[in-house]
Design a protein around this ligand. Structure first.
Ligand code: PTJ
Length: 242
């Protein structure tokens, strides 16, 4: 039991959730490493949603409101940390959910689908394996034809850089959530929400109805500029801490 008074309570709770996810066979063992990298960046961001993340949330909503066939891609870490919120978001934006794994195994996909169903999810894609993300080798290219393959806009939290670039080459609008503003995924997506997935998804639900002018937001959106704001924030915070 982690005492609530512990100064790092929230962060320790998330660690426990991810570790539990490994035990349940939902999170891949390397998901622990990915989480640790995320934690380090979250520390630098003050473990709070910063204004540039809210701007990116609004841009992501603008793109999702314009999408004809949006899909949310869910991996092990995202499922365990934000599964319930993803289901609520998918319902709100009328998006399909596809379990799509970097370290693909049918057994883990089944477990994640079951976990999402236990949390209220329906018609979750992922087991079809009837299409491939073009330009990628190995099993990480496998996807669902009715899901990621035929989507026009994909939300891919905690995505691998190669796959993000491949999705872009297929002509999709790619929205990601990544605490690391320097990652290849962060730099190649159309919208990068530099924030923890546990805060970003609830914020997407919270701000959804506020976005009434998607065309204007998209016209003025500059992802690189927003990433620079995130980096500037980290640099400034580091120089001001002591
Ligand atoms: O379940 P699988 O098989 O699909 O595997 C999922 C992981 C995450 C293990 C896999 O995609 C992977 O190895 O990812 P990477 O390449 O380590 O990238 C993960 C990115 O997400 C890194 O840039 C981290 O900083 C970031 N990240 C980690 N935890 C969070 C996060 N971003 C937002 N919220 C988090 N909680």
């Amino acid at each position: 039991m982690i005492p609530k008074s512990h100064p790092r309570y929230q962060s320790l709770v998330l660690r426990e959730i991810v570790a539990e996810g490994v035990k349940k066979g939902i999170v891949h063992i390397t998901g622990l490493i990915a989480h640790g990298r995320g934690e380090a960046f979250d520390y630098l961001l003050g473990e709070k949603t910063q204004p540039f993340a809210i701007e990116a949330v609004k841009a992501s909503i603008a793109y999702l409101k314009k999408a004809k066939n949006p899909v949310i891609s869910v991996n092990g870490n995202t499922a365990i940390l934000a599964g319930k919120d993803i289901i609520n978001l998918a319902r709100k934006i009328k998006a399909k959910i596809e379990v799509n794994l970097f370290h693909r195994s049918e057994e883990r996909i089944k477990k994640i689908i079951r976990f999402l169903e236990e949390n209220g999810g329906e018609n979750i894609l992922g087991l079809e394996a009837d299409a491939r993300i073009e330009g990628l080798k190995h099993d990480r290219a496998i996807c669902s034809y009715d899901g990621i393959y035929s989507s026009d806009t994909v939300l891919v939290p905690l995505e691998d850089g190669d796959r993000c670039e491949a999705l872009k080459k297929m002509g999709k609008i790619v929205i990601t959530i990544d605490l690391n503003p320097l990652s290849r995924t962060a730099r190649s997506a159309d919208v990068t929400i530099v924030d923890n997935v546990v805060r970003a998804i609830p914020n997407m639900i919270k701000y959804y109805d506020e976005v009434k002018n998607p065309d204007d937001i998209i016209k003025n959106w500059d992802n690189k500029k927003n990433l620079r704001k995130a980096l500037n924030f980290i640099c400034k915070r580091l120089t001001e801490l002591y």
